[in-house]
Write a protein that binds this ligand. Sequence first.
Ligand code: ACO
Length: 362
Amino acid sequence: MKYAEITGWGKCIPPATLTNEDLATFVDTSDEWITSRTGIKARRISHVNTAELAALAAKRALATAGIDPEEVDLIAVATSCPDTLIPNTSSKVQQILGAHNAAAFDLNSACTGFLYALQNATAQVRMGAIKKAIVIGAERMSWFVNWSRRETCVLFGDGAGAVVIEATDKPVGLLEAKLGCDSQARDILEVRGFGTDMDRYENPPTALDINFIGQDIFKRAVKAMGAGATHVTEKANLSIDDIDLLVPHQANLRIIAALQKQFKLADENVMVNIDKYGNTSAATIPIALCEAVEQGRVKPDANIMTAAFGAGLTWGAGYIKWGERVTPIAKCDDELPANDKTAKELLSTAIDYCLSKQNSEQ
Ligand code: ACO
């Protein structure tokens, strides 16, 4: 039986930072509220589209794996923020990378998307259909944000993370996963009317905003992530003490803390970076995983638990056995195109539009 080792890791964090203080200049909020209720201090606003974020994270992951783009059999992009619906974002990533031999698909399972994509690509490697894949989580959530709504606009950020997986005989990689969907509650987190649901001719939507019922999602997130992680732990015959690092979806520090408490994990066993990037949806786990390796928090043979929750309401958990190598084979020096604007300058049209629409509706 083949396994699918994670041999490469990379991330792309756009440079423009929107702080809580920046937000408080145009919506009725405060650093104190955002920090205490969510753990978020700042988030990034991208000056490029989702495919460019995804491609740079993938280039960096390919470099750390030491493989050429032509060797890649599959590119899976988990995103809810495609540049275009047709064609898909992964085909653009293939074009940028020059990964001409790769199949390319997008996967939309919102914040759980990376786990869904990793499970799918891993299964393809393990059944022998492919040998090498890039799995990416990439989002430009700022595009969907209504900047006049303090309940939602403080939460999200942009970014991308990627891993390379390769066939191996060693029992490493994603060894167990449990994925699910709580569709009874699918309406509590949505971007209404985007897709064939929209009335394209008579009543086209003027707002494509993220709407959600935060407290309900919060409770469901804690329950489903906990249940998923428990299931995976049991199936993998792990005890809590065996878990070296929890890499959870970063939606709210209090959700992460609840999971940490349930699993009785010490702070050093939980990867948290929501303070810097906010909720980047499908990108949170690969960004956090990449950062954990870069910070030396992933040791050879580490047992890593992941758990996520998102629109759908999709949920999932996974157990990753890391391999021997925790250092990159090579480094990619590519960067995003230069950006000389602040986050607020990048968002100025969107902020003005949202605030004037809100004023006209009052
Ligand atoms: N600044 C100041 N006050 C605010 C803000 C803000 N940014 N947002 C809301 N408030 C106010 C509310 O108006 C309310 O005021 P009131 O008491 O006078 O009515 C008060 O703060 C409390 O609001 P709650 O919604 O009860 O606050 P809560 O503690 O539940 O936190 C939050 C809200 C952060 C959204 C939380 O419920 C949450 O994180 N939910 C789950 C995460 C989520 O929904 N993420 C969406 C993406 S999906 C995913 O990634 C899982």
